[in-house]
Design a protein around this ligand. Structure first.
Ligand code: SF4
Ligand code: SF4
Length: 485
């Protein structure tokens, strides 16, 4: 009886009394109607704040990173972050060193790209990104020498503007997800009316343990990075280091290193998904709602990923730009899950070889975790600046699961952290007229979807909801762009 009450779809199969079925289904429709009404207002949408419990599977939480051997070939796509693709400033056959700038930022929201190895530029050509878009990419053949560019020296920073300029030159982008250039966030923290800086160490996706290890292995770098922020951006009254409770060692380390700083508060958060998503975390910590299309800085706060903060400290001391990174490598096809220190642009194949993946039983590789990861289309494709994990699944785990028709249970709506209705996006995408389709997608706020995957995860019919959400967002953006032109 409990099951039939909890999952009303089961009633269809289990309950012979049609009257009871009607009563329970009506209750569900009423709940969904309330949720739908609350979606009319962004504030009410967030007040729902759906979250889910996930198995953590943080197998590598206790593993410090091992460094992989330098690969022979590096591929550097010009688009590795949110913003305009970088522009190559090298030519084929040019010699480069470790840290040589090979591409310049194109405009304000962009980031330069540097070589992680010494060697020769072999090719500059078109490249297909994992998200289906194309850009240029620079291919570098390593000479194995790892000769460091003689021009690399620590930047001179005496004020906030110089700090922003230095971090812009470092090529740093947000390392926890979308990859927004960090210099732009720093500028927001300086120019807007900010009272709180959030250091995001939530790391809520299963498997990934990169930020956890940063807080344990590079706790002093995190502390120095926070000090830099405090020194050059004195406006904010508080700095919150937010960590999920499933990282007790990281919480302990952070509490220790910030013990003498009254401005810094270390907050242990419940282990719920998507706790680390920007909008969710701001709401959880401060009770503030980021309106659709706006940034945390519009509600008085700025958020930095904890590993980005640790890098800032390292860069200011060494001048070494963002060229190598830590990646969690795990999944059922990996014999030896690890945290690995790898050059940006190393191929998935080289990294998986280092982690003893079973290539004969490899079904799928994801950039990122199981909830938000994007499938790689080629083992020779590179990792990007913001790739924090590679999840390699065996053939069995990669097989598509049987899908069933929607049973209107409303679980996808109830668990959406943004209070959206993914079934409405499905309905909208069936509309033939593109303007009518766009109007419905707009009214249902599809662009507020953060691709967290919770709706697909909770769907008992295994509907491909998050895939449809992505298609719907692309479709709406294309229609909006065609109206502007
Ligand atoms: S993927 Fe989008 S629609 Fe689905 S739960 Fe997450 S935010 Fe909501
Ligand atoms: S899409 Fe899935 S979760 Fe959403 S209402 Fe239908 S069956 Fe339920």
């Amino acid at each position: 009886m409990y099951l039939t009450f909890k999952y009303n779809y089961a009633i269809i199969y289990r309950c012979s009394n049609i009257n009871i079925f009607v009563i329970f289904l009506s209750k569900n429709i009423l709940n969904n109607a309330k949720l739908a009404a609350s979606r009319q207002n962004g504030e009410k949408r967030m007040s729902k704040l759906g979250k889910i419990k996930l198995p953590h599977r943080k197998h590598t939480a206790d593993m410090t990173a091992s460094q992989m051997p330098t690969p022979t070939v590096i591929t550097l796509p010009m688009s590795q972050y949110i913003g305009a693709p970088a522009i190559p400033v090298v030519k084929v056959n040019d010699k480069v060193c470790v840290g040589t700038k090979v591409a310049e930022a194109d405009g304000k929201v962009s980031a330069p790209i540097h070589s992680p190895v010494s060697g020769t530029v072999k090719k500059i050509g078109d490249f297909l990104l994992a998200n289906g878009k194309t850009c240029q990419a620079i291919t570098i053949e390593s000479d194995g020498e790892m000769t460091v560019d003689p021009g690399i020296t620590p930047p001179v920073v005496t004020n906030a503007e110089e700090l922003c300029q230095a971090i812009r030159e470092s090529g740093l982008v947000g390392l926890g997800g979308a990859g927004f250039p960090t210099a732009n966030k720093l500028e927001n923290a300086i120019s807007k009316n900010i009272d709180t800086i959030i250091i995001n160490g939530a790391e809520c996706e299963p498997y990934i343990t990169v930020d956890n290890r940063t807080m344990i292995d590079a706790a002093n770098h995190v502390a120095r990075g926070v000090k830099v922020i405090e020194e050059y951006i004195p406006g904010p009254q508080q700095i919150i280091v937010a960590i999920e409770k499933n990282k007790p060692e990281a919480i302990k380390k952070m509490t220790e290193v910030f013990a003498g700083d009254p401005k810094v508060k270390v907050v242990a958060l419940p282990s719920e998904y998507p706790q680390g998503a920007e909008k969710t975390l701001v709401y959880t910590l401060l009770g503030r709602i980021i309106p659709d299309g706006q940034l945390p800085s519009d509600v008085g706060c700025v958020m930095f990923n904890v590993t980005s903060v640790a890098f800032m400290a390292d860069y200011l001391e060494t001048g070494r730009p963002y060229i190598w990174r830590h990646v969690t490598v795990d999944g059922s096809a990996v014999k030896s899950p690890k945290n690995v220190y790898v050059p940006v642009g190393a191929s998935i194949r080289d990294i998986l070889t280092f982690c003893e993946a079973d290539f004969d039983d490899l079904g799928k590789v994801l950039y990122g975790g199981p909830m938000m990861g994007i499938a790689a289309y080629d083992l020779d494709a590179p990792i990007y600046k913001n790739t924090n994990a590679l999840l390699a699944l065996n053939v069995k785990d990669s097989l598509p699961k049987t899908q069933y028709p929607c049973i209107h249970c409303g679980k996808c709506i109830a668990h959406c952290p943004m209070g959206l209705n993914p079934t409405a996006f499905v309905k909208a995408m069936k509309i033939e007229d593109k303007n009518e389709r766009a109007a419905m997608l707009e009214s249902e706020n599809v662009l507020s979807c953060i691709d967290c995957g919770s709706c697909s995860y909770v769907c008992p019919s295994r509907r491909p909801l998050v895939e449809n959400n992505k298609l719907a967002k692309n479709d709406l953006r294309a229609t909006q762009a065609s109206k502007k032109n």
